[in-house]
Design a protein around this ligand. Structure first.
Ligand code: SF4
Length: 475
């Protein structure tokens, strides 16, 4: 770890030291050199916050609502990822069911291919899905079931795409699961007619329609005059993905999860993509402007329409944010999210509320992501890759933060430490995207940070007593 007087060094495993960076200057006053290690296997014994490869693939594909999702493995893998995102659908709800071949000892010894074949036939007959995804888990990789052959056979028999997802949990980290999911999904693209797709058309990638967010974003783009061909994968449909190669542009949010798909589409169909974020005021507006810029030659009035949307939405929002800021000014936040790209937007969103980000980390960031993060963070910010509860708890205490933004695995850390928490991950039920999402985020941050309950935490009580003692002594 770059030396920056961090008193919690004792909790950092020696092997993980190069996955932690502190922005600013070292003890001698020279700027800390950025050289953060990332995208490598989690350290055994460090209880990573990261999910497995299989889980990575499941989070990407799960929101495709009219597909069958069959987990080939022991029941635990399916239970672990059941309803993994609060991904809403405007129609079918097949994705909300979790199917598993429930491999037992006997299947592990004699092979699970027959069981997989029977399960697929039974489920396809019963639910009539548009396509089926079959997820390979650790044990399937170990016993060597040929899921590709079984999928091919069932696909021929039933006349629907049956797609193997090579996502054995041990294969790599969560990012490897994103790649496996994108490879499976790419087999669907390019298989349907695109003759009625407009030249002013887009695919929305990397949004999973938590709390209906994709409907908010889709509305902005449609108000700009664009045709949304496919939403990948929030509120996703197999038929839409099959013709997504006809869209003029791919918009990639959550770049870790769906950028591999955008890259495949670029190589295969010459379909360009741009990276966007729908969190926070600046990034949401920038997403609309970037898209308008792309289409301005085909539609010269599109930029005016984008500006009108931003003006309408932001006009009413800023005065309401100023109200929250009065209370939140000077408070500190910690961020630990799946992909680093979301962290950029969160840092900017906290600045709108007058708050400082003291710790930021992710499960799957790349070197470039972290470099960009280091450049925008205040001096003294801890940047961490693939962290664990021990480190996160120590950093939060050291920085004395007021709110932790993360997901299901970070929630207990925040509450055990007696600080506010905001769920910015799969499980949340609040729309946090778009301009309306910025308001919801500010409201939630304000409610949790300003809750009077935190002042009764022993750590806070001791701090308040020490401060009072010092004040008395001074007097
Ligand atoms: S690590 Fe392996 S066994 Fe565990 S949930 Fe992932 S796929 Fe299943």
């Amino acid at each position: 770890m770059t030396d920056h007087a961090t008193p919690t060094k004792s909790v950092i495993f020696e092997e993980r030291a190069d996955q932690i960076h502190v922005t600013g200057n070292d003890a001698a006053g020279a700027p800390n050199v950025f050289d953060l290690a990332c995208n490598r296997p989690s350290l055994a014994g460090a209880v990573s916050q990261r999910a497995c490869t299989f889980c990575g693939s499941r989070v990407v594909l799960y929101p495709i609502a009219d597909a069958l999702h069959l987990v080939h493995g022991p029941i635990g893998c399916a239970a672990y990822t059941w309803d993994i995102r609060g991904a809403m659908s405007s129609g079918p709800e097949l994705h909300r069911l979790s199917f598993s071949t429930d491999l037992q000892e006997r299947d592990v010894i004699f092979g699970g291919e027959t069981k997989l074949y029977k399960a697929l036939i039974e489920l396809i007959d019963r639910h009539e899905p548009k396509a089926a995804f079959v997820y390979s888990t650790c044990i399937v990789g170990i016993i060597g079931d040929d899921i590709q052959a079984v999928c091919k056979k069932v696909s021929e028999e039933k006349g629907i795409p049956v797609l193997p997802v090579q996502s054995e949990g041990f294969k790599g980290n969560k990012r490897a699961g994103y790649e496996a999911a994108c490879k499976a999904m790419a087999q669907l693209a390019g298989t349907a007619d695109v003759s009625d797709v407009s030249p002013l058309s887009i695919n929305i990638l990397g949004d999973f329609n938590l709390a209906g967010e994709i409907w908010v974003i889709r509305d902005y783009y449609e108000r700009m005059g664009l045709q949304v061909v496919a939403t990948i994968t929030g509120d996703g449909r197999v038929d839409a993905i099959r013709r997504c190669h006809g869209a003029a542009l791919n918009l990639v949010q959550c770049n870790g999860a769906t950028q591999p798909f955008a890259k495949i589409m670029e190589e295969k169909y010459g379909q360009p993509y741009i990276r966007v974020s729908y969190f926070g005021i600046e990034d949401m507006a920038q997403a609309l402007y970037d898209v308008a810029e792309f289409f301005k030659d085909k539609d010269p009035a599109i930029m005016d329409r984008a500006r009108k949307i931003v003006a309408e939405e932001v006009g009413g929002l800023l005065p309401r944010l100023r109200e929250f800021r009065k209370d939140l000014e000077g408070k500190k936040a910690a961020i630990y999210v799946g992909g680093a790209f979301k962290a950029f937007s969160l840092i900017k969103a906290f600045r709108h509320l007058g708050m400082q980000v003291a710790l930021v980390g992710s499960q799957t960031g790349t070197k470039e992501d972290y470099e960009e993060l280091a450049a925008i963070c205040d001096p003294g910010t801890i940047i961490v890759d693939d962290s664990n509860p021990l480190e996160l708890s120590a950093f939060i205490k050291e920085k004395d933060v007021d709110i932790f933004v993360g997901g299901v695995k970070e929630r207990p850390i925040a509450y055990k430490l007696g600080i506010g928490f905001c769920d910015h991950n799969h499980e949340r039920k609040e729309c946090l995207e778009g301009f309306v999402g910025m308001y919801n985020f500010a409201l939630e941050v304000h409610r949790t940070v300003m809750s009077p309950v935190w002042r009764f935490m022993p750590r806070r009580v001791a701090k308040a007593a020490a401060t009072a003692h010092c004040t008395e002594a001074t007097i």
